[in-house]
Design a binder for this molecule. Structure first.
Ligand code: MRU
Length: 333
């Protein structure tokens, strides 16, 4: 198997995705053939990561429409997919884009147009993430120029597995490694779903030195001066730069500020929700308590938290790296 793979591939009238619930133990694929299978795959996190969820949902629309999809069917498909996960805005962005393209068309033309648009969304995500790698690289290069190497900390998985290809937060790390910059990555485990182990798996495939740490060890390593910068992905960035990402991100940002470690967010422009004024308006997904295993007490399981823009040194998109409070210029026309 050659890594990285493209995480979502067309296969006749279906799409094939890597089953991320089996990783890193096993590399298994799932063939998604209809609306219910796509909705299930997103809900149980066979596919996960905001950009990949968006692309998968777009293909889900194509798979959910019959040969002739009337308005009622289109609305149903959009509603089912829209209800799968609340925080990752790429899901809702992709569905809105599909709706804008498909709603004006005649029923008989919708299915084919849906495949075309889903393909475009997937291709654009791939290109955007490659550009994020290039736009984040100078920050890592500058650190390496001073110190001879770079120590990066990340949280959750924002590598190629979380996107159609390349990754978001990990894209600049891949770019640095490809440019010959010595880079080591502190990978936090990311309880309760352990997406950090997916990041470690990716970095192993790429031959990039890394160390897995317990989530709660992040502050210690920053205090000890072992971290030059933090780069994380995002599930939704509000118009003012407040950023929702996997729960635990906020604590890393607080520790980074305390120890003067620059804290970057990397995400495509499709992750910026210009209609959302600030972090307080971002819906936070509450996931099943079963993710904690058997515990005989009440459990709360918010999947994301919000890092205020003031703690973010810069946001890297496919357009550039800019301050978190200057996102307005990125708003599409
Ligand atoms: O709940 P998940 O695994 O879908 O979480 C989303 C993420 O992958 C992370 O929050 C990531 O940092 C942002 S998406 C590239």
């Amino acid at each position: 198997m050659t890594y990285p793979l493209r995480t979502i591939q067309e296969d006749g009238d279906a799409v094939v995705v890597l089953d991320q619930t089996q990783l890193p133990r096993e590399t298994a694929f799932v063939r998604l053939t209809n609306l219910e299978e796509v909705a299930h795959a997103i809900r149980v996190m066979q596919v996960r990561g905001a950009p990949l969820i968006g692309a998968t949902a777009a293909y889900g629309v194509a798979l959910g429409l019959g040969a002739a999809a009337d308005d009622a069917r289109l609305t149903h498909v959009l509603e089912v997919l829209g209800a799968t996960r609340p925080t990752a805005v790429n899901l809702h962005w992709a569905l809105a884009r599909m709706s804008a393209v498909l709603a004006p068309l005649a029923a008989a033309a919708r299915r084919q147009a849906a495949w075309r648009e889903a393909r475009a969304i997937a291709r654009e995500d791939e290109a955007a993430n490659a550009a994020i790698g290039a736009n984040g690289l100078p920050a890592l290069r500058a650190i390496a120029a001073r110190k001879g190497r770079v120590e990066v900390m990340t949280h959750c998985n924002a590598g190629w597995l979380a996107t159609v290809a390349h990754g978001t937060a990990i894209a600049p790390i891949y770019a640095a490694h490809a440019a010959g910059i010595p880079v080591h990555v502190w990978v936090s485990e990311t309880r309760p779903r352990n997406q950090g182990l997916l990041t470690a798996w990716e970095l192993r495939q790429a031959g990039i030195p890394h160390t897995v740490i317990a989530d709660n060890a992040a502050g210690l390593f920053m205090m000890q001066g072992k971290v030059d910068c933090v780069i994380v992905g995002a599930d939704r960035i509000a118009a003012n730069g407040d950023t929702a990402n996997k729960v635990g991100t906020y604590l890393k940002a607080l520790a980074a500020q305390a120890h003067e470690v620059p804290f970057y967010v990397a995400a495509p422009v499709s992750t910026i929700d210009f209609a959302c004024p600030d972090g307080a308006a971002i819906p936070i997904e509450e996931r099943s308590v079963d993710e904690f295993g058997a515990i005989d007490s009440k459990v709360a399981n918010p999947a994301f938290d919000v890092t205020p823009a003031a703690l973010i040194a810069g946001i890297v998109t496919e357009r550039d790296l800019r301050p978190a409070h200057e996102l307005a210029g990125l708003k599409p026309d």
